[in-house]
Write a protein that binds this ligand. Structure first.
Ligand code: NAD
Length: 337
């Protein structure tokens, strides 16, 4: 009997290759998933007249859980980001990126165990832009109390449920006094509430530029980080670099009911279709998904198998300095299971 029904958006670029690899590994781990495959991205424009057909939303709303490959966003022109549109439409207000060391030889420090909570629906990603004449352009950054409170609440709730002991709010309120100031005000209020119920969780604040330097110098000192959209985008890539690169960094987009799991990296058009992509970041995202679905044993064994392959260092894709293909690393992980 099929146990879980999950929406699969394979995506474009390297998306189809790595999604297929991940589905193979999950099946090999013995988890039964009925994948409901839906199409989105540049490749389906001609077919549906939109890169994001309504069927994608219908499927995710029905199943409540999706695994998503990367989708290309053309720079400067064409459609707006499908990735951003999915997060906005389904109110997936929290982008969560756990950054743990699984491949020791690629990590910048052994003790990195960070979780980045990035506000996912507003900030500069609201996409409100216009030209001012032909010599300038203006972009509007939206910060609301509601979205700020929601993301900080989510970060604290996670800290409580996962036994974490520190939440750091990241901002630039010294310069952006209204927008980031408002985010920080809400963060302080949520923190004050948690100080009553969970005094074991410490709260502090960092200005984003200082945070970047601190993460490079002392990454092991930080725990849960929460921040507005753009800072989250940048810091989670910085964090991905600390643990060994984009090929290893998983992520999830959470709302109140729906969860969409995807890797931090993009569609890597430079290596698409060449059987060279590293499927591990999407695989670690699928591990988060399996835990969300209650498949803890399978999640743990997949994580262990992938870590073993990475740490042995014999079968690695080119982004990690090896020569293995997507297919070869997939087979090596399955062999370890
Ligand atoms: P990218 O992450 O696609 O690629 C950056 C570099 O990392 C490239 O050299 C690429 O080959 C390499 N790389 C990335 N993932 C890899 C993997 N799994 N295995 C091996 N190497 C990998 O970033 P980019 O080039 O800035 O973006 C390409 C496209 O992806 C853009 O259209 C961008 O908008 C889109 N994008 C989508 C998402 C998403 O779907 N969530 C996220 C980021 C970027």
């Amino acid at each position: 009997m099929t146990k879980h029904q999950v929406t699969m958006i394979a995506g474009d670029g390297i998306g189809p290759e790595i999604s297929a690899a991940v589905a193979r590994i999950i099946a090999a781990a013995g988890v039964e998933i009925a994948w409901e495959e839906v199409e989105a991205g540049a490749g389906v424009m001609a077919k549906y007249d939109t890169p994001l057909p309504e069927s994608v939303f219908a499927s995710i709303r029905k199943n409540k859980v999706a695994l998503k490959g990367p989708i290309t966003t053309p720079v400067g022109s064409g459609f707006r980001s499908v990735n951003v549109a999915i997060r906005k439409e389904l109110n997936l207000y929290a982008n969560v990126r756990p950054l743990q060391v699984h491949a020791h030889q690629f990590a910048r420090a052994e003790d990195i165990d960070l979780v980045v909570f990035r506000e996912n629906t507003e900030g500069l990603y609201a996409g409100i832009e216009h030209y001012v004449g032909d010599q300038a352009a203006e972009s509007i950054k939206i910060i609301t109390r509601k979205a700020s409170r929601q993301i900080v609440e989510k970060a604290f709730a996670y800290a409580v449920s996962e036994g974490r002991t520190r939440v750091t709010a990241v901002h630039k309120a010294n310069i952006l006094k209204y927008s980031d100031g408002l985010f920080l005000e809400e963060a302080r209020q949520v923190a004050a509430k948690y100080q009553q119920s969970n005094p074991e969780i410490k709260f502090d604040e960092r200005i984003v530029d200082n945070m970047c330097m601190q993460l490079v110098q002392y990454p092991g000192q930080y725990d849960v980080l929460v921040m507005p959209n753009l800072y989250g985008d940048i810091i989670s890539d910085l964090g991905a670099g600390l643990i060994g690169g984009l090929g290893l960094a998983p992520g999830m987009n959470l709302g109140d009911e729906i969860a969409v799991f995807e890797a931090v990296h993009g569609s890597a058009p430079d290596i698409a279709g060449q059987n060279k992509a590293n499927p591990v970041a999407l695989l670690f995202s699928a591990v988060l998904m399996l835990r969300h679905l209650g498949e803890k044993t399978a999640a743990d064994s997949i994580e262990k198998a992938a870590s073993k392959v990475l740490n042995k260092g014999e079968v690695l894709t080119a982004d990690l300095g090896g020569t293995a293909s997507t297919d070869q690393i997939t087979k090596a992980i399955i062999a370890e299971l």
